[in-house]
Design a protein around this ligand. Structure first.
Ligand SMILES: [Zn+2]
Length: 272
């Protein structure tokens, strides 16, 4: 087993008392499907930790989708995840689904459906704000208003947080996150889907990201983009092909995992 600090051991012991987060599906691939809905994830990330992105002990993939919910594209992402029995995490932006209006209403229903299908939901601020540029009052508003909108929609509080643009550099911004017991989530592989011109380019960027981080880790996508929804089947095919090649060479295949596998206490060094 990998080295773990005593803090992690203590937390692991506590977590063992809860229902298992994943079930076995096949000899080598562990699907990130919960056995008890996604409720296990709600309190798990409460305070004192962060998720940097890279996998530690073994090759893994944790899919994350930002900036939704978007009723025209997110349902297609959900269907593709279902086809592979993979659970992901969606970092949502409050102004897309809060308030009146037919679009907000539709997006709210998509968010509920995302939760119903067993995915985790995280806070991505209310207006997709650059945290580092905000004063304390604005930080409070961005985080709390979105948190309230999420809770009102899915009936659960979330403890996962992703800063827009991954920018969480000022002490004021990081204090706003940690003081609320939120777990900030970064990534290991940026598919740069927001800057890509086609689904093929998204897949190519994913492939390049995996070459650069061969152990895998948290993968960043945006479920608001048509090209991302269209790229996903090829992304899964790419992972399957690599796993076949890895097995043939006696290497461990990538496993789809939930973010809980990548949680680290704050101050814990990067492990590769
Ligand atoms: Zn974003």
């Amino acid at each position: 087993m990998r080295n773990r600090s005593s803090i992690v051991l203590t937390i692991s012991a506590l977590v063992l008392a809860l229902a298992p987060a994943v079930v076995r599906a096949g000899a080598n691939e562990r699907r990130a499907k919960p056995t008890d809905g996604n409720l296990w994830g709600v309190g798990r990330f409460r305070g004192g930790g962060l998720i940097r992105g890279p996998c530690a002990a073994r090759p893994c993939i944790a899919l994350t989708f930002d900036d939704g919910p978007e009723h025209t594209t997110t349902p297609r992402v959900l269907d593709e995840l279902d086809r592979h029995g993979v659970r992901a995490t969606f970092f949502v932006v409050g102004r897309r689904f809060d308030g009146d209006g037919p679009v907000a209403e539709r997006n709210r229903e998509v968010l509920r459906e995302t939760w119903r299908r067993g995915h985790l939901i995280g806070n991505h601020t209310y207006t997709h704000a650059l945290m580092d540029a905000l004063d304390e009052r604005a930080l409070d508003r961005e985080i709390d208003r979105n948190a309230a909108a999420i809770e009102a929609t899915i009936g659960q509080r979330t403890f996962l947080f992703r800063a827009p643009f991954g920018a969480l550099h000022t002490s004021r911004a990081s204090r706003a996150v940690f003081s609320r017991g939120l777990t900030p989530v970064f990534w290991a592989i940026d598919t740069r889907d927001w800057a890509s011109g086609s689904p093929e380019e998204v897949v190519q960027n994913f492939r390049a990201g995996l070459e650069a981080s061969p152990r895998g880790g948290v993968v960043l996508f945006h479920d608001t983009l048509d090209r991302t929804a269209r790229a996903l089947p090829a992304v899964f095919a790419e992972i399957a092909a690599r796993n076949e090649a890895r097995r043939a060479q006696g290497q461990q295949p990538y496993e789809f995992v939930g973010l809980d596998e990548l949680w680290q206490p704050v101050g814990h060094g990067r492990r590769r």
